[in-house]
Design a protein. Structure first.
Length: 287
């Protein structure tokens, strides 16, 4: 496992984006890793606080991911990232468990408070070689308890947060968590302005459901890390539902949970592969 510093610097310099796929169980993690390996692409495994609690805790997730990397013989760069850490304590606990990257989300605080808590996280993370992502502005929608109305980040706020020593910045510019109720309205001009002023990898949250053309335009505007979660959740639920609708559970050993959970395994891999191709990170596993 590695942090995100070098993979995102490379992406920024070469105009592509590294995908963060949020993982919710062993099957998802395995599918994401195998698909990324097949595409020879760096990848970021995202884990929200809620997903960490569901899966048993930070230590459990680190052990699972390390085991998968070894047993599956994964050779691509893989970062394990805390998504939307809401406190210094949460980020510290993830770092102590072995996460290689954390996000401190102080976007609902005043910019002064955001800078203060981000500085504290950066100081602790730097002792362990862990990369830090911060957020300015508010990503809209609802994901795992993270709710809010869209609030655009300002260049002034981005400059203030950038001096804390962060490695990437989620500057909210029109994207939302969860499903889009209408066509996304992203601030491409603002992306270019912030990227040009800071020369810092930008992070696009709410990447699921954004048209391919807009994704590519966002990458050209400085976005180097794009988060994908909802699309994998939708695929998982769709094929799990079909498993029961088609009465697969009544087949011999069809009740085996391994068969049930594997029903969406191939489709999750397909989504990961398609996403990597669109983001342009295929065959970017060079030193």
């Amino acid at each position: 496992m590695v942090n995100t510093k070098e993979m995102l610097k490379k992406a920024l310099n070469e105009n592509y984006a590294v995908a963060q796929f949020n993982i919710n169980n062993l099957e998802w993690a395995k599918a994401v890793l195998l698909a990324s390996q097949s595409k020879n692409s760096p990848v970021i495994l995202g884990v929200s606080e809620g997903a960490a609690k569901y899966q048993g805790g930070f230590n459990t997730i680190v052990g699972m991911v390390k085991g998968l990397l070894k047993d599956l013989e994964i050779t691509i760069p893989v970062a394990l990232h805390l998504d939307h850490g809401t406190s210094f304590e949460s980020c510290k606990n993830a770092i102590d468990a072995g996460f290689t990257s954390v996000m401190i989300d102080g976007s609902h605080m005043s910019i002064e408070e955001n800078v203060e808590i981000t500085t504290k996280v950066v100081e602790y993370a730097s002792r362990y070689g862990v990369s830090v992502e911060a957020e300015v502005g508010i990503v809209g929608g609802d994901e795992d308890g993270i709710k809010g109305e869209v609030k655009y980040a300002s260049l002034e706020e981005c400059k203030l947060i950038s001096v804390t020593g962060i490695d990437s910045l989620a500057a909210s510019l029109g994207s939302v968590h969860g499903e889009y109720k209408s066509e996304p309205n992203l601030g491409f001009a603002e992306m270019k302005e912030i990227s040009g002023a800071l020369n810092l990898p930008l992070v696009l949250h709410g990447g699921s459901g954004i048209p391919e053309g807009d994704i590519k335009k966002a990458i050209q505007s400085g976005q180097t890390k794009i988060n994908v979660n909802t699309e994998l959740q939708q695929v998982f639920t769709k094929y799990l539902s079909e498993y029961f609708t088609n009465n697969m559970h009544t087949k011999p050993k069809g009740y085996d949970p391994r068969k049930v959970l594997k029903s969406s395994f191939d489709e999750i891999q397909n989504v990961v592969k398609e996403t990597i191709t669109i983001f342009g990170s295929e065959n970017k596993n060079e030193s």
